[in-house]
Design a protein around this ligand. Structure first.
Ligand SMILES: Cc1cc2nc3c(=O)[nH]c(=O)nc-3n(C[C@H](O)[C@H](O)[C@H](O)COP(=O)(O)O)c2cc1C
Length: 201
């Protein structure tokens, strides 16, 4: 078990993988930790669609059809042995907040009543735990959007229409020799004095 500060500091997105398999028990540990993330009203209205080994082709076939795949800049990403689609269930939150102890919030009316979509927040918190747990296991991971192919992913994996597809996590042994830093990696992290407003904005 690593030190939390070290895990947070060392985590970087990985965009190339060796293709080495990840033991199913490791994936089980990661999803178990993700399921312990905090959740609004303890609703826990998120789902992970886990694709392993050959199953990952279903994701790539839906998001990167052959004609786009040829020119794809990060072929090592497609070697990830595990692809996890992070899904949020807005309806679960509306239902939960219509229960007796939460009805006073008014958030049980419908999803438009929510100033912040807590289903997305919860799914993201779970995803963050998973990313940190992956780092702790010595694995690389990339959190990314499904290349503008959200509806193709939904159809390919049978994700119900009322579910929100939040992101994808590709996971596996990182290939240090083939890493791409990503287009945004060169942006400097803002200084804490730019983002932390002590005593008020
Ligand atoms: C909401 C979100 C969406 C992201 N989408 C992508 C993406 O589509 N493709 C990608 O390569 N990286 C994506 N990233 C990774 C960011 O580019 C990366 O976290 C950022 O550049 C900082 O780098 P680091 O995480 O390695 O420290 C995403 C990250 C977040 C939090």
């Amino acid at each position: 078990m690593g030190d939390l500060g070290e895990v947070v500091r060392n985590r970087r997105m990985s965009r190339a993988f060796t293709g080495a398999a990840v033991e199913p028990e490791v994936v089980d540990r990661l999803v178990d930790l993700a399921a312990r993330a905090p959740s609004a009203g303890n609703t826990r209205g998120w789902h992970l669609v886990v694709l392993s080994n050959d199953e990952t082709a279903r994701y790539w076939d839906a998001t990167l059809p052959a004609e786009r795949r040829e020119g794809f800049a990060w072929p090592g990403l497609l070697l990830a042995p595990v692809v996890i689609v992070v899904v949020a269930d807005p309806g679960a939150y509306v239902s939960r907040y219509a229960e007796d102890d939460k009805r006073h919030t008014g958030l049980g009316e419908d999803r438009e009543a929510w100033p912040v979509p807590y289903w997305t927040v919860d799914a993201s918190m779970a995803a963050m735990v998973l990313l940190l747990a992956a780092e702790d296991e010595g694995l690389g991971a990339l959190f990314f959007g499904p290349f503008g192919a959200t509806e193709q992913v939904r159809e390919s994996l049978g994700i119900p229409v009322e579910m929100e597809i939040v992101a994808t996590i590709a996971l596996g042994e990182a290939d240090p020799s083939a890493q791409h830093r990503g287009r945004s990696a060169g942006r400097a992290r803002p200084g804490l004095d730019q983002v932390v407003h002590r005593g008020g904005w």
